[in-house]
Design a protein around this ligand. Structure first.
Ligand code: G16
Length: 548
């Protein structure tokens, strides 16, 4: 593409997607995310970048997902997906941020600089898959994305409303046809098909029952489960709530993030004692479980619980199939409950690594293992399998002794049911249901594995959240001065106390996390740390109060 044809980049920008705000925007934990009305020019420009990225990857398909995931309805965002279905390579985040912030007048020259910098061959074909969530601002932003792709003569393909993980899956399949068919139907065929196959091998027994309640967060995940439900032939009876009708608002007082952070059940869901409920987030990439007991007390089964459940089951199957020499490991973040980490290392005897928040960090760390299980406590995670692991399992499934073969075949179904590209609420739901069914377990047995340390999360609004810098996988902060020593001093007063703070990469807040031996203590510690953040990092509005 000769540089003169880059003029169209400016023409599209000026006529259709002008930059109307000077607010600096940064590629964060999961792409760009802010108020929807500040995003149109950003998404258009990411369309340009997706084409450049596709050409750098020799014409392989890149994904663009229009979503603000767990954020409330007025926000929106865009996540870029690399050819293997993983998040955009981190070294490109700075380029994305630069392109998003230049003026319209500088857009043409900056685009040209980027093309040179990354050495893109603009004569190659380029392909970009575009998906969106259910927000009313998403269609407009998806159109801006497509215009960005067209401006650089790439080929956009629009998937309409899909979950984020479905788009990741389709991108992967488009670039590697051994993984599946790059359509929503192809996704159902592979993931739901594997679930149905494994079900035939696992009779229902013990405390497991096939009824599952689901909180759809009034987003896309619930809608897709409603499609899937009809094909499950009673193997799993899904009672779906918060599907977006009856005035229910996206992620408002419902959904995985609300349930995890507030530790309270969502609105809009009926409850029965000990009935397991799965709560999804707005774009279907996170899931947590919970139940109410006979005194209506809530018990949360979060990402840590899902990770330990899956890791222990895969370990069992690997052992039974006698697949030797495969390393299984688990990846967590600082938010992982201390009790879960202890359980994984001491009881399951599985190695654990701790990385920074963001699935992009967890995913890469998990690839170091033959079987890498990664989960954030907020319910975002999956399992990844190396080629060597898949080959070894497949060989045993064909050639092993009968018992080994049986375990290896179950593992193969388990792998097919897993969306290895990214955390996926729907795929994770089927994985969890499979393990519970295989073990004849209800929620109480699942909960018995270990006892969580009481914890609390809070948000503090400050003038500039980037005033907080962190190190050691975000477990300690290096700025502003004095904050870490104050946190150390506060934590020291609590039994089993732990706390950290970090700037959110998806909301304009500083997040505070605390753990201690009682809920009262964890609540008080979180509030004290929040006050310290407010005082030392430029708090805005009302100073956080200590619990009464
Ligand atoms: C995104 C990321 C997650 C992260 C979450 C919160 O989730 O994909 O890895 O845990 O944001 O990030 P932060 O604490 O930086 O705001 P989602 O589901 O919103 O896309």
């Amino acid at each position: 593409m000769p540089p003169s044809s880059l003029r169209v980049v400016y023409a599209f920008a000026r006529e259709m997607h002008p930059k109307t705000s000077d607010v600096f925007i940064q590629y964060g934990t999961a792409g760009f995310r802010t108020k929807a009305n500040l995003l149109e020019h950003v998404v258009y420009r990411m369309g340009l970048l997706a084409v450049i990225r596709s050409r750098v990857k020799n014409g392989r398909t890149i994904g663009m997902m229009i979503t603000a995931s767990h954020n409330l309805e007025p926000d929106n965002g865009v996540k870029l997906v690399d050819p293997d279905g993983e998040m955009l390579e981190q070294s490109w985040e700075e380029i994305a941020t630069r392109l998003a912030n230049v003026s319209d007048n500088d857009l043409e020259s900056t685009t040209e600089q980027v093309i040179k910098q990354v050495n893109a061959d603009m004569s190659l074909k380029a392909s970009v898959f575009i998906g969106m969530d259910t927000r009313y601002t998403s269609p407009r932003l998806a159109a801006a994305a497509a215009n960005g792709v067209i401006a650089l003569k790439g080929t956009p393909k629009e998937f309409g409303i899909v979950t984020t993980p479905m788009l990741h899956f389709c991108v992967k399949c488009r670039n590697d046809n051994t993984y599946g068919t790059p359509t929503e139907e192809g996704y159902y065929e592979k993931i739901v098909g594997a679930f149905k196959n494994i079900r035939d091998k696992l009779p229902v027994y013990g405390d497991y029952n096939t009824t599952l309640y689901v909180d759809g967060a009034n987003g896309v995940g619930g809608k897709k489960l409603n499609i899937i439900r009809k094909s499950l032939d009673g193997e799993l009876d899904l009672n779906l709530y918060n599907l977006g009708g009856n005035g229910g608002k996206l992620n408002l007082n419902c959904g995985a993030d609300f349930v995890k952070v507030s530790q309270t059940p969502p609105v809009g869901v009926e409850h029965a004692p000990f009935q397991r409920v799965a709560s999804l987030d707005g774009d279907g990439d996170r899931i947590v479980y919970y139940y109410l007991d006979d005194k209506e007390k809530m018990h949360l089964l979060d990402g840590d619980r899902i990770a330990t459940l899956l890791a222990s089951y895969v370990t069992e199957l690997l052992r039974a199939s006698e697949a030797s020499g495969l390393r299984l490991g688990l990846v967590q973040t600082a938010y992982a409950n201390g009790a879960s980490t202890r359980y994984i290392t001491e009881e399951l005897k599985v190695p654990v690594s701790c990385v920074k928040t963001g699935v992009k960090h967890l995913h890469h760390a998990a690839l170091a293992y033959d079987v890498g299980v990664y989960f954030e406590a907020n319910g975002h995670g999956t399992v990844v399998y190396s080629k060597a692991a898949k080959n070894a399992i497949s060989k045993i499934a064909q050639e092993g002794e009968p018992e080994q073969r049986k375990a290896a075949q179950l593992l193969q179904n388990f792998i097919d049911m897993t969306n290895e590209t990214v955390g996926d609420a729907i795929s994770d739901l089927f994985l969890v249901e499979t393990v519970l069914r295989a073990r004849g377990h209800g929620v109480r047995q699942w909960m018995e594995a270990y006892t969580d340390l009481p914890c609390r999360q809070l948000k503090v609004t400050v003038q500039d959240r980037n005033a907080i810098s962190t190190t050691d996988a975000e477990r300690r902060c290096t700025a502003p001065e004095g904050l870490q020593s104050k946190i150390d001093e506060l934590v020291a007063a609590y039994t089993s106390g732990r706390a950290f703070v970090r700037p959110s990469g998806t909301e304009d807040v500083v997040r505070v996390y605390s753990e201690a031996d009682t809920q009262e203590a964890a609540d008080k510690l979180a509030a004290e740390v929040a006050q310290a953040v407010f005082d030392l990092a430029g708090g805005v509005g009302e100073r956080p109060a200590l619990p009464a």
